[in-house]
Design a protein around this ligand. Structure first.
Ligand SMILES: CC(=O)SCCNC(=O)CCNC(=O)[C@H](O)C(C)(C)COP(=O)(O)OP(=O)(O)OC[C@H]1O[C@@H](n2cnc3c(N)ncnc32)[C@H](O)[C@@H]1OP(=O)(O)O
Ligand SMILES: N[C@@H](CCO)C(=O)O
Length: 360
């Protein structure tokens, strides 16, 4: 059974208090579910999406349809899978382009800055709304893995099995630098209009496209770009400043499809969420994450240079040193960071096995 819905999870009477201060009096969340909820409500697998994902993880066109479905590692004949669009997103959940209840106008840059803890607080409210106390598992890739880690820190008794794929507990200087250039491209686009572009008939598409082109290069590997495109050109002819190489046409295409599904303000807010994430700066965080008996699987890909294996090993090392149950597996993949969306050999097997492991 597949279900999709939208639910209000914060109101003026029950606001969402944010980690950096301030609160949101209205939070609406878009979510989808697949598979039957067991009568004991003990078969829920929560999927946390990455930077630009949405609630549509499974089913036709789902961004994780290779992982979610009957007989898949997140087996919907067995599990009740839930995925929600993030707070700050632009795919049905409240974000910076949503109306500010105080003015009726889109929030723009008046939307408060968020943290991973805030994103998780909304997931936790959704679970309460669904009448679920404990997750069979929580799984996420990239920013999704960060949410799973924060969730275990904030509510250690809530998750039996945690799967963090291609994630990081702390962006490197290089990672923050990539985010900075992407945000600059957006904010310096004249159509950004100080963040007041919603409803103006102009959007900072140029800036957002530059941001996505650059980010996409970091999500794939040098080898995969070489293998797909090499130095192939679209047509023979004299040199030009226009798109000429196949790899340029590929980036143009990636940017074009991205503009059709994503919003520049959400990009600014969610990249900033990632920059500041650093849960182990709190010396007690790893011990708390392990204190509820959560069984962690940390997966990385050998060609991921955006969130390299060393960053996953750091997560595992912190957890293991604090006595948490944790395993780290590095998967060989030719495809870089976005391997978490694909099926390199061995990856789905370790996830499948972890989801049926006995806790304790
Ligand atoms: C994580 C979440 O929570 S979901 C996030 C949202 N989703 C994403 O971020 C995914 C974006 N990333 C991608 O699509 C990535 O490219 C991957 C790595 C996942 C897909 O990998 P692959 O299957 O190897 O696809 P590839 O990277 O080659 O891209 C194929 C696309 O490029 C297009 N393309 C390929 N070569 C060219 C070319 N020379 N010129 C123009 N376009 C090209 C294809 O037509 C295809 O388009 P389509 O996706 O619109 O059908
Ligand atoms: N390609 C993914 C990965 C980000 O880490 C996304 O856009 O969400």
């Amino acid at each position: 059974m597949t279900d999709a819905g939208r639910v209000v999870l914060a109101t003026g009477d029950d606001p969402l208090v944010l980690e950096h201060g301030g609160h949101l009096d209205h939070v609406e969340v878009a979510y989808e579910t697949w598979g039957e909820l067991a009568p004991a409500r003990d078969n829920v697998v929560f999927v946390c999406h990455a930077l630009t994902g949405d609630a549509h993880a499974g089913g036709e066109g789902g961004w994780w349809a290779n992982l979610v479905g009957p007989g898949r590692p997140l087996d919907t004949d067995r599990f009740h899978v839930v995925c929600a669009n993030l707070l700050g997103g632009c795919r049905g959940t409240t974000g910076p382009s949503s109306p500010d209840p105080a003015t009726g106008r889109p929030w723009g840059l008046d939307f408060p800055l968020l943290t991973v803890r805030d994103l998780v607080a909304v997931h936790r409210r959704l679970l309460t709304h669904l009448g679920v106390e404990r997750l069979h598992a929580a799984i996420g890739g990239s920013l999704g893995g960060m949410q799973v880690l924060q969730w275990a820190v904030d509510d250690p008794a809530a998750i039996d099995r945690a799967v963090l794929v291609a994630a990081s507990s702390r962006l490197s200087a290089q990672g923050i630098a990539f985010s900075a250039v992407a945000r600059d491209a957006i904010m310096r686009d004249p159509d950004f209009q100080g963040g007041r572009y919603v409803g103006s008939g102009r959007r900072p598409d140029h800036g957002l496209a530059v941001a996505r082109r650059m980010a996409h290069i970091t999500y794939v590997s040098e080898g995969s770009l070489e293998a797909k495109f090499g130095r192939d050109r679209i047509a023979d002819g004299p040199p030009t400043h226009a798109t000429d190489f196949q790899v340029e046409a590929y980036l143009d295409h990636q940017a074009e499809v991205f503009l059709a599904r994503f919003d520049a303000l959400s990009y600014l807010y969610l990249t900033r969420v990632m920059d500041y994430f650093d849960p182990f700066s709190d010396a007690g965080a790893a011990a708390r994450a392990g204190s509820g008996g959560t069984d962690f699987l940390v997966v990385s890909f050998d060609t991921d240079w955006r969130f390299p294996t060393a960053q996953s090993r750091r997560i595992h090392d912190h957890l293991a040193a604090a006595g948490a149950r944790s395993r780290h597996v590095e998967i060989a993949s030719p495809w870089g960071h976005d391997s978490f969306l694909l099926e390199p050999p061995g990856y789905h097997d370790v996830v499948r096995q972890h989801l049926v492991r006995h806790p304790g």
